[in-house]
Design a protein around this ligand. Structure first.
Ligand SMILES: CC(=O)N[C@H]1[C@@H](OP(=O)(O)OP(=O)(O)OC[C@H]2O[C@@H](n3ccc(=O)[nH]c3=O)[C@H](O)[C@@H]2O)O[C@H](CO)[C@@H](O)[C@@H]1O[C@H](C)C(=O)N[C@@H](C)C(=O)N[C@H](CCC(=O)O)C(=O)O
Ligand SMILES: Nc1ncnc2c1ncn2[C@@H]1O[C@H](COP(=O)(O)OP(=O)(O)OP(=O)(O)O)[C@@H](O)[C@H]1O
Ligand SMILES: N[C@H](CCC[C@H](N)C(=O)O)C(=O)O
Ligand SMILES: [Mg+2]
Length: 486
């Protein structure tokens, strides 16, 4: 593709050289550059892509897209100065793959919690309805039946557009994607043509990355600001930031709510370990998913499916068939009727939700044993808050490691313990080794008790000191209960 075609819609400040040159591929990592490629120099959080321009040229780059053209110009290389290189990269990625988001209906789901659940269940629902569907999620990437490993919640723009292109090739009609705040902030979704946007909720998260809650909120809002007028924007009216998200959007606005009047109104009639009995607008339905928060997720799915043109009765029928998403309130019941739940709750809000839900639906005097930790090299302020929530809402708590990454596990656990109030001290113990912590929970559990293992959900590894070892909460608890004959 010619460089000038690749740059269509990119806001350009200066060009040195010829834009009629043929470009064979686009990269933002100099290490991936090959002959005839374009290199986009992005300023990152660790290093600056501009420092790798010379390296990229050495490896064969014939076009450089950057925010500052270097002093030393190399003969035969075209330099393009742009206002924002990350934004240029995303637009170029879309152009390179032929604007694939235009050839399907792309729906973005954003908010602190519920993105994976909603996107994955929409994928399942549309698949059951007979469509070819795509999914870009934290857990996995699906191009119709073909599964790929996910590295990010919202991948980089080259990856997004490559998968969308592949979706085009196999005739995918709908694609549901998670839109993370990092993804929006780093312009990974720039240039994508969305058919709709869905907002879940907003709470404390990622304040290591975004400096203030306000900035985090405004980043999320900017996704809705950028939706085109033909798209729809569906928001949660019960969340205090729900209305704010749509303040400046050009898209058609719709709301869903359990507590107030909305376009898509829901009511929880029954909430038990067996599932949810719900009323959506005027129709009742049973769902296999558990907990208030899933009532919100199901309602958002219902609204989205209606906005995308599915028949109401068909949606209701398919909603009742949906199964829980891996690592999202995934549970098993042992021979002794011990319920073990694995959940990805890794934020204070999600942890509180899960514990409230379990406390709501438990019937007898069972003991609730929670196993939880917090990730290293991530938001530290959430640690004591999560320690407080876990210890006040469970009967016993085992604090342990999540993914310590480069931090010392004991230091992370000490931060968590700081949030425990004195009257709860006797309930808690700390075991650094996560497998050992889970096994201890199994030892402590008696018939009918409930074990919650929070924070890692679907993850199949544990990252310690940069090394990812195989690790699966669900497998460990299942095997251990079986081994103990419980
Ligand atoms: C903090 C963060 O978000 N970092 C992302 C960012 O990398 P960065 O800014 O740190 O990059 P950098 O290392 O500073 O490098 C700057 C530039 O120099 C280039 N470079 C670097 C070295 C070299 O030799 N040559 C070269 O060209 C790099 O390719 C890059 O373009 O841009 C990269 C490319 O898109 C991402 O892969 C990377 O994600 C890292 C791995 C990450 O862990 N991100 C997490 C926090 C994240 O994005 N999470 C959200 C979900 C959060 C949630 O909701 O739970 C997600 O969407 O997954
Ligand atoms: N609508 C919701 N409101 C609050 N909590 C929720 C909601 N849906 C799910 N949760 C809780 O949050 C956890 C994460 O859910 P999910 O993976 O769907 O969210 P996410 O937005 O994709 O998160 P991430 O940003 O980590 O990918 C779940 O395990 C559950 O405990
Ligand atoms: N998307 C989240 C995942 C956190 C999951 C938790 N298990 C951890 O490792 O901290 C993040 O990158 O912050
Ligand atoms: Mg997710």
């Amino acid at each position: 593709m010619e460089l000038k075609e690749l740059l269509y819609k990119v806001s350009i400040e200066k060009v040195v050289g010829d834009t009629a040159t043929q470009i064979s591929a686009v990269h933002f990592d100099s290490r991936k550059i090959d002959k005839g490629n374009a290199f986009v120099a992005v300023r990152g959080t660790v290093s600056d892509g501009h420092d790798f321009i010379a390296k990229a040229i050495e490896k064969g780059a014939i076009a450089i897209v950057c925010e500052d053209i270097p002093q030393n110009i190399k003969e035969g290389v075209t330099y393009v100065e742009v206002e924002n290189a990350a934004e240029a990269l995303a637009i170029m990625a879309s152009n390179f793959y032929g604007v694939p988001s235009e050839n399907l209906k792309l729906i973005g789901v954003t908010g602190t919690n519920g993105k994976t659940t909603i996107a994955t269940l929409l994928f399942q629902l549309f698949k059951k309805a007979g469509y070819k569907v795509g999914l870009l999620s934290t857990v996995k990437i699906m191009v119709d039946a073909q599964e790929y490993k996910a590295t990010h919640t919202t991948p980089d723009p080259l990856m997004i557009n490559r998968y969308l292109k592949e979706m085009n090739e196999v005739g995918v009609e709908f694609c549901f994607m998670e839109v993370s705040s990092h993804g929006i902030h780093q312009k990974r979704i720039e240039g994508l043509v969305f058919e709709g946007g869905v907002f879940t909720n907003l709470s404390h998260d990622h304040l290591d990355y975004h400096e203030t809650f306000k900035e985090y909120r405004d980043v999320k809002k900017s996704f809705f600001d950028s939706l085109p007028s033909g798209a729809f924007a569906l928001t949660n009216k019960d969340d205090k930031n729900g209305a704010f998200m749509l303040q400046n959007t050009k898209a058609k606005q719709y709301t869903y709510a359990l507590k107030s009047y909305a376009d898509y109104r829901g009511q929880i009639l029954e909430n038990s370990i067996g599932g949810l009995l719900l009323k959506f607008n005027d129709n009742e339905l049973w769902a296999k998913l558990i907990g208030d928060f899933n009532a919100y997720n199901l309602l958002a799915i219902y609204g989205t499916a209606e906005l995308l043109g599915l028949e109401t009765l068909e949606i209701l029928r398919l909603l009742s068939e949906l199964e829980s998403v891996s690592g999202r309130f995934q549970y098993m019941i042992s021979n002794d009727k011990i319920t073990a739940i694995v959940d990805y709750a890794h934020t204070p809000d999600a942890l509180k939700n899960v514990l409230d839900t379990i406390n709501e639906i438990r019937t007898n005097n069972e003991t609730l044993i929670t196993v939880v930790g917090c990730g290293g090299d991530r938001d530290k302020t959430k640690r004591p808050v999560m320690g407080n929530i876990a210890s006040s809402l469970s009967n016993k708590v085992i604090f342990t490691s999540d993914n310590p990454r480069t931090e010392k596990p004991e230091d992370i656990i000490a931060d968590i313990e700081k949030g425990v109030e004195p009257q709860h001290y006797r309930k808690t113990l700390s075991i650094t080794d996560r497998a050992q912590a889970i096994k201890t929970a199994c030892q402590l559990a008696m018939a009918n008790d409930i074990i919650l293992i929070a924070g890692k959900g679907h993850e199949t590894y544990q990252e310690i000191d940069g090394v990812r070892n195989d690790f699966n909460d669900f497998e460990i608890v299942k095997d251990e209960l079986k081994r103990m004959g419980k």
